[in-house]
Design a protein around this ligand. Structure first.
Ligand code: CA
Ligand code: CA
Ligand code: CA
Length: 275
């Protein structure tokens, strides 16, 4: 979405805000999940997201990406009846629906909406393969895998990573998508974060909706400058938010509220702080 650029010359470190209560999705971004019936012709679809996906708080600076799928049959690989959205291979349980990101001088706020549960999922058509959650990939200034946040291990630890640290668990059980990598191992520990990955109880397209949220001190990212490009993706370990060669959901945003400068430093010099 279009947004204005807010640059602040000074940086003030505060205690890391917690993500308790309704969480960042409602309290910070002002998005309240709501489902209802949608009737098209003679067909009525139940438990469809009917809320506005656009943020109602921090509107000027929030970046978002959204691609919610609704269709039938919810766990089939083929054929599909799609009401809207890009079909996740294997069905609704693998759907990544939205990513929200914003920052100020001190913190970056991230909220991800997905059907995929934190304990993973075994598809009934592939009973010998348990799919686990992916980790959160963050890139700066054109990068994709500059940082990783551990999600499948449940620690919420933030690492400085290289692409060589990233992988998919099993290529033979993963859709091609665009070759995005879902999990990492290794890298350099930067710090621990208060990651939450919780069910909301909001049933959409027959599956509960989960929200993954984290607040990252900008210092952990090396205080990237206001106007820096930021990239985020998260997907289950087999990339099944996508199908075939379609991409998984990705967020391309721009940082606000960081230090400003007329001489941009390079990301490689910032990354050197951690490696
Ligand atoms: Ca969906
Ligand atoms: Ca999706
Ligand atoms: Ca869903």
């Amino acid at each position: 979405m279009t947004k204005s650029l807010l640059c602040i010359a000074t940086v003030v470190l505060l205690a890391i805000p917690m993500t308790a209560g309704a969480g960042l999705l409602e309290d910070y971004f002002g998005v309240v999940l709501e489902t209802g019936e949608v009737t098209l012709g003679e067909t009525t679809f139940l438990d469809v997201f009917v809320h506005d996906w656009n943020p109602t708080l921090h509107i000027a600076t929030t970046d978002m990406a959204m691609d919610d799928w609704y269709g039938k049959d919810v766990l089939s690989f083929d054929p599909w009846v799609t009401l809207f959205g890009s079909v996740p291979s294997g069905g609704e349980v693998f759907d990544v629906e939205a990513i929200y990101l914003d920052n100020n001088a001190a913190f970056l706020y991230l909220s991800i909406v997905t059907s995929f549960p934190p304990d993973g999922f075994t598809h009934p058509e592939i009973p010998d393969f348990h799919v686990v959650p992916g980790d959160i990939a963050i890139g700066l200034n054109g990068g994709t895998y500059d940082f990783g946040i551990d999600v499948d291990g449940g620690t919420g630890d933030l690492y400085a990573t290289d692409v060589s640290d990233w992988f998919v668990y099993d290529e033979s059980h993963s859709v091609a998508a665009q070759g995005e990598l879902a999990n990492f191992s290794g890298g350099t520990l930067v710090g621990s974060l208060d990651l939450t990955y919780q069910a909301t109880g909001v049933i959409e397209n027959e599956f509960d909706t989960h929200v993954i949220e984290v607040v990252i001190p900008m210092a952990y990212l090396g205080h990237p400058m206001c106007g820096s490009e930021i990239y985020v993706h998260w997907v289950c370990s087999c990339r099944n938010d996508a199908t075939g060669s379609n991409p998984i959901l990705k967020l391309f945003g721009e940082l606000d509220g960081g230090p400003s400068s007329t001489e941009p430093s390079t990301w490689s010099s910032m990354k050197a702080l951690f490696r």
